[in-house]
Design a protein around this ligand. Structure first.
Ligand SMILES: C[S@@+](CC[C@H](N)C(=O)[O-])C[C@H]1O[C@@H](n2cnc3c(N)ncnc32)[C@H](O)[C@@H]1O
Length: 313
């Protein structure tokens, strides 16, 4: 992805610049990143619903489980029917549709018009009711009054931002006092990316940071090696260091209610087909259950995806 970015813009990610130029470049980066992300989601049939309709591969099955775990977390929250709920980055609309079914006053919001249309379709005839609204907007600048929502979902969205600080400030602003935020990001410390984490750390020690971890605001996130290699539209995707993320959330005025990780790709075992796919799926589910119930240091946070509920102070 770095290479394609260089070809298209004539500049490199790792370039360092000074003063006003740095500012200007970072604004350009942000605009470009958002354009690429929007372009990707405007035409991704995977995220426009295929993933939920036909979870053919392991990644898709993990996305389906993400939905189950997230809905389970929501069920434990003391939120009444009729409460106002915002689904930021609603995508195909599967979460928004559940929220509507559960009687919440639901706002589906996405930066991609095409995704928003999918959310409408997924919600079905209920979309015409007064209690469902659709907004095409950016999580970093929500066209919503302060203290509007009892619950905000932000699932699989923050990884597409170059910096997440302003998004968190916005999410905090639109939540009512004691309101809940359910957030999901990819885990930098997962067993499957831990080697990447340490290689980058070593790299940044050797090169004073310019070629190492690319910071997205507070040293908590780094580019995903997978997306860097596979992203067709060349956007960057960030993995989050869960403990640092939790610390940042605390500083932004949130209290952690519940956090978990899940997803174990076993890349080498899968690649070399030592063990059958079905067995690996079973082991994956078993590990998720065990580490959720028995809190084992590190291992309970070693899955590839991190989901947590925070409460606004
Ligand atoms: C990976 S999909 C997840 C969709 C849905 N939450 C789910 O889990 O099925 C990410 C969604 O976030 C949206 N998105 C990306 N950047 C955004 C931004 N800055 N503001 C709002 N939505 C954004 C994308 O258009 C896409 O629909």
């Amino acid at each position: 992805m770095q290479a394609s970015y260089q070809i298209m813009t004539g500049k490199s990610y790792d370039q360092t610049s000074v003063g006003g130029i740095e500012e200007e470049e970072s604004v350009m980066d942000v605009v470009e990143q958002k354009q690429r992300v929007r372009k990707f989601f405007d035409s991704s049939d995977f995220w426009q619903g295929k993933v939920y309709r036909d979870p053919a591969d392991r990644f898709a099955r993990a996305v389906v489980r993400r939905k189950l775990y997230a809905l389970e977390m929501i069920r434990t929250l003391p939120i009444y029917r009729g409460a106002r709920v915002l689904d930021v980055g609603s995508g195909s609309g599967v979460y928004a549709a559940e929220l509507v079914k559960n009687g919440f006053m639901t706002f589906a919001m996405d930066i991609s018009e095409a995704s928003l249309k999918c959310s409408r379709d997924e919600i079905g005839p209920a979309r015409n009711y007064d209690r469902v609204k659709f907004l095409c907007a950016d999580v970093e600048s929500l066209p919503v009054k302060n203290e509007t929502f009892d619950l905000v979902l932000c699932i699989g969205v923050l990884g597409y931002l170059l910096k997440y600080q302003s998004a968190i400030t916005e999410l905090h602003r639109v939540l009512k006092p004691r309101g809940y935020l359910l957030v999901n990001v990819e885990n930098l410390l997962s067993l499957s990316s831990i080697d990447y984490f340490y290689r980058k750390r070593l790299g940044s020690l050797v090169s004073s940071g310019t070629n190492g971890a690319r910071d997205n605001g507070s040293s908590t996130a780094m580019e995903s090696p997978w997306v860097r290699d596979h992203s067709p539209t060349g956007y960057r995707y960030y993995l989050y260091h869960p403990w640092k993320f939790e610390r940042d959330m605390h500083q932004k005025g949130f209290r952690l209610i519940d956090g978990m990780t899940f997803g174990y790709p076993f890349r080498l075992l899968r690649k070399w087909k030592f063990v059958s796919e079905t067995t690996l799926d079973r082991v994956e589910l078993l590990l998720e259950k065990v580490f959720r119930v028995v809190r084992v240091p590190y291992f309970s946070y070693s899955g590839e995806t991190y989901t947590a509920v925070f409460q606004k102070n």
